[in-house]
Design a protein around this ligand. Structure first.
Ligand code: SF4
Ligand code: MSK
Length: 661
C-alpha cells in the first residue's frame, strides 16, 4: 500500500511519523478515521428546527426533496451557506471590536501599557473617516476614530459602514444597486441568523444576497478596522527577515509560543520577554534565555512587526508540542484545536487560555485584561520559565528552519514602487499592462489535514510564479509558503517566470508578498482599490486580472473572506468539495449570477491542476477584456522603467529615514 503523506512540509511529516511510532494521535489520524457525513458535507442537511434534522437527498433531490416544513434543497443549502458566512464574520469582527475597545481605552488613558505607535497611520485613518486631525492632540483624534468605528458594530438606523466609501466608486455603485452595502456588522449578522431561522427567508438568491452583505461587513468592516487599528497601535509593517519551521525552538532556552489571533497580549509578551528581571529569572532555572515563537495568525502579526519566528500554521499546532521543546503555549481565539491539551499531557507543555471567551478543559486560564496587560504577560512568561525544569528529552527535535521575509503592508507596497515621495501603484499596473506580470493572485487561507497539508499551497505558489503571477498571501497560506522557502527574493530567481523575475529583481521583493494574518486580507482589498484608482486597468475591483485562491480552507472565516472578495469583484476559487454541492441552483448563483452582478464569484474545485487552470483563465480573460497585451512568457510590451533600489535610495537621501507610511 502506498504510504500516506500527511504534510507536504518535510519537517512536519517527520514529526507525524514520530507520532505514529509513539502512538500519539493527531488531526491527521482523526481526519483519516472520521469520514465527513456525506449529506452534511454537501449542504443537504437542515437542522434549524426540531422537526428535523431533515436530510434532503434522493433522486431529483434538487426539485423534489422537501424538509418537514417544505423547505427545498436550494433553500437549505443557501441557509447553510449564510450561517457559515455569519459565523466567519462574527469571528473577525469580534476580534476587531476588541481592537477598537483597546484604542478607545488608550485614548482615554485607561490602558497604560499600550500606546499609539503609528500616528501617521492614525491620521490616514482619520482622513478616511473625515475626522479632523490637524493640530489636535493625538489621543483626541484616536478617541474620535474609535468612537466612529464603534458605530460600525451597532448602527441601528440604516446607513452604511464607514469604510464602504474606500471601495472604488463603481464597486460601491454595484453594491448599492443590489442592496448589499452593510449597515453595521452586528446588525447583518443578527439578520443573517433571523433570516435562516425556521420559516423566514426561503428564496435562495435572496438569502445569498444577504450572505454577501454580511460578508462585506466582514471585509470592509471587521477585517479592515482590525488591520488599521493594529497598525495604529503596534506599527504599520515593513519587510522584516525572520525564520520559520520547528527549528526555531531552542534547546537551552525557555520556549514560549503564542497561538491564536488577537495581537494584544502577544504584543505585550514581545515587550516583556526582554526585561532583565525575567531573563535573570529564566537563568535561575537553568535556561540561557527566553525564546518567543508564534503559531497561526498570532505568529503572522508579531512576525511582521517584530521578526518573531513562526512555527507555522494551523496543522503544526499539535506537532509543535511534540518537539518536546515548548514550555508554554498561550491560546486566545480561533483555530485552536482543543486536542492540544490532550497532547500536552504526554509532554511537559503548559497550555494557557487567555481570552475571556475561550476556555479548554485541561488548560490553565490566565485571563488577558487590557488595563493590566503587561502584568498578565509577565505572569505568563513566569509560568513558561517555571516549566522549563520539567522539560524532558522526549519529543521529536527538529532543527530545520527557513528564512522568511514578511511585512508587506499595502502602504509599504506603495512605497516600494517609488519611494516616499513618488510611491504609487503605477509600476505594478504598468508591469501588468505590459504583460511582464500576467496577473495577481491572493493565495490565502488555512492548511488542512484532509489533504497533504500545505501541499496545495506549495503547488499553486510554484506554478503561479512560474506563470508570472505575482502572489499576495495571508494567514496559514503564508506560513505554508514560508516553510517551503518561498518568502525570500532568491526564490524569485529560481522559480519565477522571466517577467515576474525582472520585476522582483528591480524592486528587490520576493514573488510572494506576505501581507499578514487572515484579517489582513483587507490589505488586498486596499491594494485592489488602489490599482483601480491608479488607472490603466479596470476602474473597479471587478475586471482586474486578479483571482483569490484558498486551496486548503477549513474555517467558516475563510467562507466569509471568499464571499467578500466575490462581492467586491474578485473571482475566488476554494479547494476541496463545495459545502453546498448538493444544490446546482445555489452553485449557479455563487458562480454565474454573482459574476454577472459583481464580477466576482465563488467556485469550489478539489483538483489543484484545475484550480490553476481556472485562475489563469480568469486572468487571461480579464486581460483580454481590458484589451491588454496578450500574455506571452518572456515577451513584454513597453512600460515605464520600474524604480530600482538605486533610484529609490537617491530619493531617500532627501527624505527622512522613516519610510513615511
Ligand atoms: Fe426540516 Fe424545515 Fe426544520 Fe429545516 S426548518 S429542520 S427543513 S423542518
Ligand atoms: S489561522 S482561519 S487556519 S488561515 Fe488565521 Fe490559519 Fe485559516 Fe485559521
Amino acid at each position: 500500500m502506498e504510504k500516506r503523506v500527511h504534510s507536504a512540509t518535510p519537517e512536519a511529516e517527520r514529526i507525524v511519523e514520530w507520532s505514529e511510532e509513539h502512538k500519539i494521535e493527531t488531526c491527521f489520524d482523526r481526519a483519516e478515521k472520521l469520514k465527513p457525513c456525506p449529506i452534511g458535507k454537501e449542504g443537504a442537511c437542515c437542522k434549524v428546527c426540531h422537526m428535523g434534522p431533515c436530510r434532503l437527498v434522493g433522486k431529483n433531490a434538487e426539485e423534489e426533496a422537501r424538509g418537514v416544513c417544505g423547505a427545498t434543497l436550494p433553500t437549505v443549502a443557501a441557509r447553510n451557506m449564510l450561517r457559515m458566512i455569519a459565523a466567519g464574520t462574527s469571528a473577525h469582527s469580534d476580534h476587531a471590536r476588541g481592537m477598537v475597545e483597546t484604542l478607545l481605552a488608550v485614548a482615554n488613558g485607561e490602558a497604560k501599557d499600550f500606546k499609539i505607535t503609528d500616528v501617521r497611520k492614525l491620521y490616514r485613518v482619520a482622513g478616511y473617516l473625515s475626522i479632523e486631525f490637524e493640530g489636535r492632540p493625538v489621543n483626541d483624534v484616536a478617541r474620535d476614530v474609535a468612537l466612529r468605528f464603534l458605530e460600525d458594530f451597532g448602527r441601528q438606523r440604516g446607513g452604511e459602514i464607514n469604510y464602504a466609501t474606500r471601495a472604488p466608486k463603481k464597486t460601491l455603485e454595484r453594491w448599492r444597486k443590489w442592496g448589499i452595502v452593510p449597515r453595521s456588522i452586528d446588525r447583518e449578522v443578527v439578520e443573517a441568523m433571523h433570516r435562516t431561522n425556521i420559516g423566514v427567508d426561503h428564496e435562495p438568491d435572496h438569502i445569498l444576497l444577504h450572505g454577501l452583505k454580511t460578508a462585506l461587513a466582514d471585509g470592509w468592516g471587521g477585517c479592515m478596522i482590525s488591520t488599521d487599528i493594529t497598525d495604529i497601535l503596534f506599527g504599520t509593517p515593513q519587510p522584516v527577515k525572520a525564520e520559520a519551521s520547528f527549528g526555531i525552538f531552542k534547546e537551552d532556552e525557555v520556549n514560549l509560543v503564542v497561538h491564536g489571533h488577537e495581537p494584544l497580549l502577544a504584543e505585550m509578551i514581545v515587550d516583556v520577554v526582554s526585561e532583565p528581571e525575567l531573563i535573570a529569572y529564566a537563568k535561575t532555572k537553568g535556561a540561557k534565555g527566553i525564546n518567543l515563537g508564534g503559531m497561526c495568525c498570532t505568529a503572522n502579526e508579531i512576525l511582521m512587526r517584530h521578526s518573531i519566528p513562526t512555527a507555522g500554521g494551523f496543522t503544526n499546532q499539535e506537532l509543535g508540542i511534540m518537539t518536546g521543546l515548548i514550555d508554554a503555549m498561550t491560546v486566545d481565539v480561533q483555530c485552536i484545536m482543543p486536542a492540544i491539551t490532550e497532547i500536552s499531557k504526554k509532554f511537559h507543555t503548559k497550555i494557557i487560555t487567555t481570552n475571556y471567551r475561550a476556555k479548554i478543559q485541561g488548560a490553565e486560564h490566565i485571563e488577558f485584561e487590557e488595563h493590566h496587560a503587561k502584568d498578565v504577560a509577565r505572569k505568563i512568561v513566569r509560568v513558561a520559565i517555571d516549566n522549563f525544569q520539567n522539560r524532558t528529552t522526549k519529543g521529536s527535535h527538529i532543527t530545520d528552519k527557513f528564512p522568511v521575509i514578511a511585512g508587506f503592508s499595502h502602504e509599504y507596497i506603495e512605497y516600494m514602487q517609488g519611494g516616499r515621495w513618488r510611491g504609487s501603484f503605477r509600476p505594478l499596473n504598468d508591469a501588468i499592462m505590459a504583460g511582464r506580470i500576467r496577473g495577481v493572485v491572493g493565495l490565502a487561507g488555512c492548511d488542512n489535514p484532509r489533504v497533504p497539508a500545505t501541499g496545495l499551497h506549495k503547488f499553486l505558489a510554484t506554478e503561479l510564479i512560474k506563470n508570472d503571477v505575482l502572489i499576495v498571501s495571508t494567514g496559514c497560506g503564508s506560513a505554508a509558503c514560508g516553510t517551503a522557502g518561498y518568502l525570500t527574493p532568491e526564490m524569485a530567481l529560481e522559480n519565477a517566470g522571466p517577467g515576474l523575475r525582472e520585476v522582483c529583481e528591480a524592486i528587490g521583493i520576493p514573488p510572494i508578498l506576505h501581507l499578514g494574518a487572515c484579517v489582513d486580507n483587507s490589505r488586498i482589498l486596499t491594494i485592489a482599490s488602489a490599482m483601480a484608482a491608479e488607472g490603466g486597468l479596470s476602474d473597479e475591483i471587478g475586471g482586474m486580472p486578479a483571482v483569490g485562491i484558498a486551496p486548503e480552507w477549513m474555517s467558516e472565516k475563510a467562507i466569509a473572506i471568499g464571499c467578500y472578495f466575490a462581492a467586491s469583484g474578485v473571482p475566488v476559487i476554494f479547494g476541496g468539495e463545495s459545502p453546498v454541492e448538493a444544490s446546482t441552483e445555489v452553485t449557479k448563483i455563487m458562480t454565474e449570477v454573482w459574476f454577472e452582478r459583481f464580477r466576482g464569484a465563488l467556485h469550489f474545485e478539489p483538483d489543484p491542476e484545475k484550480i490553476l487552470e481556472l485562475a489563469l483563465d480568469y486572468i487571461d480573460k480579464a486581460r483580454a477584456a481590458l484589451k491588454l497585451k496578450k500574455y506571452e512568457p518572456g515577451k513584454f510590451g513597453t512600460e515605464k522603467v520600474l524604480m530600482d533600489m538605486a533610484a529609490r535610495r537617491e530619493i531617500e537621501k532627501a527624505a527622512k529615514p522613516h519610510i513615511g507610511l
